[in-house]
Design a protein. Sequence first.
Length: 168
Amino acid sequence: MEELSGWFAGRIPADWFEGAPTVTADREEIYVVGTLAEPELPADAGEEAREAALAARISGFREDTRRSRMRIADEAQRRFGRKVSWGASCGDLTAAFTTLSVPAMTRLRMEERRVLDTLIEAGVARSRSHALAWCVRLVAERQDDWLKDLRGALEKVREVRSGGPTTG
Protein backbone atom coordinates (compact mmCIF):
# COMPACT_ATOMS: atom_id res chain seq x y z
CA MET A 1 0.00 0.00 0.00
CA GLU A 2 2.91 2.36 0.68
CA GLU A 3 4.11 2.03 -2.91
CA LEU A 4 0.64 2.87 -4.23
CA SER A 5 0.24 5.88 -1.95
CA GLY A 6 3.71 7.13 -2.80
CA TRP A 7 3.27 6.66 -6.52
CA PHE A 8 -0.02 8.57 -6.61
CA ALA A 9 1.29 11.32 -4.30
CA GLY A 10 4.21 11.78 -6.69
CA ARG A 11 2.24 11.44 -9.93
CA ILE A 12 -0.81 13.61 -9.18
CA PRO A 13 -0.27 17.35 -9.83
CA ALA A 14 0.52 19.19 -6.60
CA ASP A 15 -2.27 21.76 -7.07
CA TRP A 16 -5.12 19.25 -7.27
CA PHE A 17 -5.59 18.40 -3.59
CA GLU A 18 -4.90 19.72 -0.13
CA GLY A 19 -2.28 17.22 0.95
CA ALA A 20 -1.72 13.69 -0.29
CA PRO A 21 -4.72 11.75 -1.57
CA THR A 22 -6.12 8.79 0.34
CA VAL A 23 -5.38 5.60 -1.57
CA THR A 24 -7.14 2.32 -0.78
CA ALA A 25 -6.95 -0.87 -2.78
CA ASP A 26 -8.09 -4.44 -3.05
CA ARG A 27 -7.29 -7.15 -5.59
CA GLU A 28 -9.27 -5.51 -8.40
CA GLU A 29 -9.27 -1.79 -7.79
CA ILE A 30 -7.27 1.19 -6.56
CA TYR A 31 -9.44 4.00 -5.20
CA VAL A 32 -7.92 7.49 -5.00
CA VAL A 33 -9.73 10.25 -3.10
CA GLY A 34 -8.32 13.73 -2.67
CA THR A 35 -9.46 16.61 -0.51
CA LEU A 36 -10.36 19.81 -2.36
CA ALA A 37 -10.13 23.28 -0.89
CA GLU A 38 -13.49 24.52 0.33
CA PRO A 39 -14.98 27.39 -1.65
CA GLU A 40 -15.16 30.80 0.01
CA LEU A 41 -18.70 31.86 0.75
CA PRO A 42 -20.20 35.04 2.17
CA ALA A 43 -20.45 35.01 5.97
CA ASP A 44 -24.25 34.96 5.79
CA ALA A 45 -24.44 31.98 3.38
CA GLY A 46 -26.90 29.33 4.50
CA GLU A 47 -26.56 25.56 4.55
CA GLU A 48 -28.19 25.22 1.12
CA ALA A 49 -25.61 27.57 -0.42
CA ARG A 50 -22.78 25.71 1.32
CA GLU A 51 -23.98 22.31 0.08
CA ALA A 52 -24.36 23.65 -3.47
CA ALA A 53 -20.87 25.16 -3.37
CA LEU A 54 -19.27 21.91 -2.14
CA ALA A 55 -21.05 19.86 -4.79
CA ALA A 56 -20.09 22.36 -7.50
CA ARG A 57 -16.43 22.32 -6.41
CA ILE A 58 -16.34 18.50 -6.67
CA SER A 59 -18.22 18.47 -9.97
CA GLY A 60 -15.95 21.14 -11.44
CA PHE A 61 -12.85 19.23 -10.36
CA ARG A 62 -14.22 16.05 -11.93
CA GLU A 63 -14.84 17.71 -15.29
CA ASP A 64 -11.70 19.86 -15.34
CA THR A 65 -9.32 16.99 -14.55
CA ARG A 66 -11.01 14.15 -16.45
CA ARG A 67 -8.42 13.82 -19.23
CA SER A 68 -5.44 13.98 -16.83
CA ARG A 69 -7.03 11.58 -14.35
CA MET A 70 -7.65 9.03 -17.09
CA ARG A 71 -4.04 9.31 -18.28
CA ILE A 72 -2.76 8.75 -14.73
CA ALA A 73 -5.19 5.85 -14.29
CA ASP A 74 -3.92 4.21 -17.49
CA GLU A 75 -0.32 4.51 -16.26
CA ALA A 76 -1.23 3.07 -12.87
CA GLN A 77 -3.18 0.21 -14.44
CA ARG A 78 -0.16 -0.78 -16.51
CA ARG A 79 2.12 -0.55 -13.50
CA PHE A 80 -0.06 -2.16 -10.81
CA GLY A 81 -2.42 -4.37 -12.86
CA ARG A 82 -5.60 -2.96 -11.32
CA LYS A 83 -8.29 -0.52 -12.38
CA VAL A 84 -8.15 2.96 -10.85
CA SER A 85 -11.23 4.71 -9.49
CA TRP A 86 -11.40 8.34 -8.41
CA GLY A 87 -13.26 10.42 -5.88
CA ALA A 88 -13.00 13.79 -4.17
CA SER A 89 -13.93 15.27 -0.81
CA CYS A 90 -14.78 18.85 -0.07
CA GLY A 91 -15.91 19.80 3.41
CA ASP A 92 -18.13 16.99 4.65
CA LEU A 93 -19.11 15.85 1.13
CA THR A 94 -17.38 12.98 -0.67
CA ALA A 95 -18.24 11.85 -4.19
CA ALA A 96 -16.96 8.80 -6.03
CA PHE A 97 -16.54 9.39 -9.76
CA THR A 98 -15.79 5.96 -11.10
CA THR A 99 -15.83 2.82 -9.03
CA LEU A 100 -15.98 -0.81 -10.03
CA SER A 101 -18.90 -3.07 -9.29
CA VAL A 102 -17.22 -6.45 -8.97
CA PRO A 103 -19.26 -9.66 -8.79
CA ALA A 104 -18.71 -11.73 -5.65
CA MET A 105 -19.90 -15.31 -5.79
CA THR A 106 -21.37 -16.84 -2.66
CA ARG A 107 -23.32 -19.89 -1.61
CA LEU A 108 -26.36 -19.18 0.51
CA ARG A 109 -28.61 -21.53 2.41
CA MET A 110 -32.39 -21.16 2.32
CA GLU A 111 -32.60 -18.92 5.43
CA GLU A 112 -30.01 -16.55 3.97
CA ARG A 113 -31.77 -16.49 0.59
CA ARG A 114 -35.04 -15.79 2.40
CA VAL A 115 -33.50 -12.63 3.89
CA LEU A 116 -32.51 -11.41 0.42
CA ASP A 117 -35.91 -12.33 -1.05
CA THR A 118 -37.67 -10.43 1.75
CA LEU A 119 -35.67 -7.31 0.87
CA ILE A 120 -36.70 -7.73 -2.77
CA GLU A 121 -40.38 -8.27 -1.93
CA ALA A 122 -40.34 -5.20 0.32
CA GLY A 123 -38.94 -3.06 -2.49
CA VAL A 124 -35.66 -2.40 -0.67
CA ALA A 125 -33.67 -4.21 -3.37
CA ARG A 126 -34.15 -5.02 -7.05
CA SER A 127 -32.40 -8.39 -7.06
CA ARG A 128 -30.56 -10.81 -4.79
CA SER A 129 -27.30 -9.22 -5.90
CA HIS A 130 -28.59 -5.76 -4.98
CA ALA A 131 -29.97 -7.08 -1.67
CA LEU A 132 -26.62 -8.65 -0.77
CA ALA A 133 -24.80 -5.41 -1.56
CA TRP A 134 -27.33 -3.56 0.62
CA CYS A 135 -26.60 -5.97 3.51
CA VAL A 136 -22.84 -5.49 3.15
CA ARG A 137 -23.22 -1.68 3.16
CA LEU A 138 -25.42 -1.90 6.26
CA VAL A 139 -22.86 -3.98 8.15
CA ALA A 140 -20.05 -1.63 7.08
CA GLU A 141 -22.08 1.37 8.24
CA ARG A 142 -23.17 -0.09 11.57
CA GLN A 143 -19.99 -1.96 12.47
CA ASP A 144 -17.36 0.56 11.37
CA ASP A 145 -15.33 0.46 14.60
CA TRP A 146 -15.35 -3.34 14.71
CA LEU A 147 -14.24 -3.54 11.06
CA LYS A 148 -11.41 -1.05 11.74
CA ASP A 149 -10.24 -3.21 14.66
CA LEU A 150 -10.42 -6.31 12.47
CA ARG A 151 -8.39 -4.64 9.70
CA GLY A 152 -5.82 -3.54 12.27
CA ALA A 153 -5.52 -7.10 13.56
CA LEU A 154 -5.07 -8.38 10.00
CA GLU A 155 -2.30 -5.85 9.43
CA LYS A 156 -0.54 -7.09 12.57
CA VAL A 157 -0.81 -10.69 11.27
CA ARG A 158 0.81 -9.58 7.98
CA GLU A 159 3.66 -7.92 9.90
CA VAL A 160 4.28 -11.03 11.99
CA ARG A 161 4.21 -13.28 8.93
CA SER A 162 6.70 -11.10 7.06
CA GLY A 163 9.12 -11.24 10.00
CA GLY A 164 8.90 -15.02 10.33
CA PRO A 165 11.44 -17.60 9.27
CA THR A 166 12.17 -18.04 5.58
CA THR A 167 12.37 -21.36 3.82
CA GLY A 168 15.55 -22.19 1.95
